[in-house]
Design a protein around this ligand. Structure first.
Ligand SMILES: [Zn+2]
Length: 317
């Protein structure tokens, strides 16, 4: 059994935040079309993502946060019916449209379904091509293009619903996963490892003192060699010592050198290399179990090629 799942849902395309917004539906088209064109999609087991049950979202979010997003969606529906605007602004970069609620439930649901299949042994690992992304979503707050923290919800789900005792969350997005940190800091069952451009949006992460966080700031213009040093010097020893029973990846590809939302210099080969390191950790401690969820990545060609590199390693093709 060495199958890799590919989870997505059509509703993830319908959420959008206005013309010209970088976190756009075309990101998923670029990934899908490129995986199809390169033949990689044929090697994956494709699944339609279900919606996450609200009770599972509560593993990482307050009931108030969930109710607030649902209430904003209901209010928007009423306003639109009365000829009002099509978006509700959450922060300067983040807004919801009438499809955001469903898309966010399917994005988190993809991570949960992938977790079920991987723990059941039906898949070795899985990639969730979903949006909205999740790693800036805090326990009580949507921000930075994110509404529900897909990876944090799934990590807690693996612990609470499947009885795992230790899981790792690894985040290679160019931005610090402040939402994930907000949710998991101080939870000794979860080790969070990341690198991130610093100082940079969302302007935190460098002074985290919780024992289960290993978030390594890197200056702008850092390239693959700097990142590989962090992985070998910092991440791998901690990951091996922690011996996670499953690894969740916040797979953002905006540290790519062509991505204009970040100023780092990774290339496709770096994403393949990082994925190989994580896969080796998973094979040693976690029966190979990895669930990877799309986060950032905004230059469409670089995004598609980087996802290809990442998924090729996961699927061994
Ligand atoms: Zn990002």
């Amino acid at each position: 059994m060495h199958k890799t799942g590919f989870y997505t849902h059509p509703s993830c395309r319908k959420h959008e935040m206005g013309v010209g917004h970088p976190e756009c539906p075309e990101r998923l088209d670029a990934i899908h079309d490129w995986l199809l064109a390169t033949g990689v999609l044929d090697a994956l087991e494709q699944h339609q993502a279900p919606q996450a049950p609200l009770a599972d979202l509560e593993l990482a979010h307050s009931r108030m946060h969930i109710a607030s997003l649902r209430g904003l969606t209901d209010g928007l529906r009423d306003e639109m019916a009365a000829g009002g605007p099509c978006y509700v602004q959450i922060d300067p970069d983040t807004s919801l449209n009438i499809h955001t609620w469903d898309a966010a439930l399917h994005a988190a649901g993809a991570a949960l379904a992938a977790t079920d299949a991987v723990i059941a042994g039906e898949l070795e690992n899985a990639f969730c091509a979903v949006r909205p992304p999740g790693h800036h979503a805090c326990r009580d707050k949507a921000m930075g293009f994110c509404f529900f923290n897909n990876v944090a919800v799934a990590a807690r789900y693996a612990l609470e619903r499947h009885g795992l005792e230790r899981v790792a969350i690894v985040d290679f997005d160019v931005h610090h996963g402040n939402g994930t940190e907000d949710i998991v800091a101080g939870d000794p069952r979860i080790l969070m490892a990341s690198f991130f451009q610093h100082p940079f949006y969302p302007y935190g992460g460098a002074q985290s003192d919780a024992a289960n966080l290993l978030n390594v700031p890197l200056p702008a213009y850092s390239k693959g060699d700097a990142v590989r040093t962090v992985v070998e010097r910092d991440w791998l020893p901690r990951l091996h010592a922690f011996a996670p029973q499953m690894i969740f990846i916040s797979a953002g590809f905006d540290a790519h050198r062509d991505d204009e939302l970040g100023q780092m210099g990774l290339v496709e080969a770096d994403y393949a290399w990082i994925t190989r390191q994580l896969k080796a950790v998973a094979q040693r401690h976690a029966q190979g179990r990895i669930v990877s969820c799309l986060e950032g990545g905004y230059q469409l060609d670089a995004l598609a090629r980087s996802v290809e590199a990442h998924v090729r390693v996961l699927a061994d093709v």
